[in-house]
Design a protein around this ligand. Structure first.
Ligand SMILES: *Cc1c(COP(=O)(O)O)cnc(C)c1O
Length: 423
């Protein structure tokens, strides 16, 4: 464990990305309590559905208990559209393959498995750290029968979703767009969350704005929005008793949580500006070091600032299943060393999302890189040994503290400690 005795730790912890309350949240939560609307029905829910649809630029938004629940219903909607309603106890995607982002949070892709589908992971591109359109094209050559793509926008930077949409259209495929991390980010004047046949945002505690938890399903199709709302409230039919023609879920958002989201809404842009300033200060401060920042595309929301270390200054490192071993070297560093240094000054960093094709649960799933069918064969980092882009970014990258409340001085101290790691 590297402890930097020469660096003063922060008096209070500097977080990766923590909630920032402004006071308005209290008003709407209190109103819900005073009016006794403490349930999954109420004015806060109605309001944030309207506000989200308007802000993102879609016709309908459905408030749900989490981004993951929204992804589940989004994927289920597409599955049912493509393959019909399954028998009770069966998924909509049984025995079918789905193309999925590879370097992302597991919540993006697990819902495909809930519905019985088999994720085929598509490699990442260096340009945006998101799904590589060239690898997606390759995947359609290998599996021309696939009709569903689940794609995320990582760290607030939009992927090449316009290109991905063209490829999807050419193959008659639907898109589920995971904009959980990229609320308020846009590409050519269009916000992320408008590109999918169904899209999703999240109000998890570490996102740009939060409800403590919660998420939204977004779509322009009224029938789909109605169906998601029905599924989310146990699939009750319009009958005097509990009549069920479909399997249901308890996925609806609470009016209390919706109150927190409602209070946060006016501050989304402010949070984005603060995060942008942090990103730019890191970028300027780290100039001259053999590192680069995570890429930008379109108008990101700068949710997290990340680093990528140049291959020739990486320490040797070996990944185990649950730990990592590295050899500290003069003038070299690696994500593990920088994360330890950050932790020693009471700051929170994080590894890059470990790609899904490297995860034990998904190890047997197909994985497509732009040059064909790739598969990880080693966990050791030897310069240039990574076999795909996702693995390479995972091995050389990390997320820096990006809390919107960080001061300039705090960003500067993080920069200094990163510099020290390369001494
Ligand atoms: C946070 C996140 C989710 C899940 O959202 P929850 O609201 O936490 O369920 C999904 N995908 C990505 C990429 C995320 O970062």
């Amino acid at each position: 464990m590297l402890v930097r005795k020469d660096f003063e730790p922060f008096a209070s912890k500097v977080w990766l990305s923590s909630p920032t309350m402004h006071g308005d949240e209290k008003k709407w939560v209190e109103e819900a309590i005073t009016s006794n609307w403490v349930s999954t029905v109420g004015e806060n829910i109605n309001e944030i559905e309207k506000m989200t649809a308007e802000k993102v630029g879609v016709k309908y938004a459905v408030a749900l208990s989490s981004g993951t629940a929204a992804l589940h219903l989004a994927i289920k909607l597409c599955g049912e559209k493509l393959y019909g309603q399954p028998k009770a106890g069966h998924g909509t995607l049984e025995n079918v393959k789905i193309f999925c982002s590879d370097m992302t949070f597991a919540a993006t892709v697990n819902p495909a498995a809930y519905e019985g589908g088999e994720a085929v992971f598509i490699d990442t591109e260096y340009d945006t750290w998101n799904m590589d359109p060239a690898a997606l094209k390759k995947a359609f050559e290998i599996y021309p029968e696939v009709r569903l793509i689940v794609v995320s926008h990582l760290y607030g930077t939009p992927g090449k979703i316009d290109e991905i949409k063209k490829i999807a259209d050419a193959h008659n495929a639907l898109i589920v767009e995971d904009a959980a991390e990229s609320f308020c980010a846009s590409l050519e004047g269009r916000q992320t969350g408008t590109f999918g046949d169904v899209s999703v945002v999240s109000w998890n505690g570490n996102k740009l704005i939060t409800g403590s938890s919660g998420g939204m399903l977004l779509t322009n199709k009224e029938e789909w929005a109605d169906k998601a709302r029905k599924w989310s409230t146990q699939s009750r039919e319009n009958a005097p008793w509990y009549q069920h023609e479909e399997i249901g879920f308890n996925y609806r958002m609470s009016n209390i949580i919706a109150g927190v989201v409602r209070g946060q809404f006016p501050y989304a842009q402010e949070h984005r500006e603060q995060k942008k300033a942090i990103y730019e200060r890191y970028k300027a401060g780290l100039q001259g070091l053999p590192v680069s920042m995570n890429p930008l595309n379109g108008e990101p929301n700068y949710w997290l600032s990340c680093l990528l270390i140049a291959p020739d200054v990486m320490c040797r490192q070996v990944f185990g299943e649950k730990d990592i071993c590295y050899v500290p070297e003069h003038r070299k560093s690696c994500p593990a060393e920088i994360l330890e240094a950050l932790s020693s000054i009471n700051a929170e960093g994080r590894p890059i999302w470990k790609p899904m094709h490297m995860q034990p649960i998904y190890r047997m799933n197909p994985f497509i890189v732009r040059d064909g069918n790739g598969r990880a064969r080693t966990n050791a980092y030897i310069e240039g040994s990574a076999l795909d882009v996702g693995m390479d970014i995972f091995q050389r990258g990390l997320c820096l503290p990006s809390d919107n409340k960080m001061t300039k001085e705090q960003v500067d101290r993080v920069v200094e400690i990163i510099k020290a790691c390369f001494e």
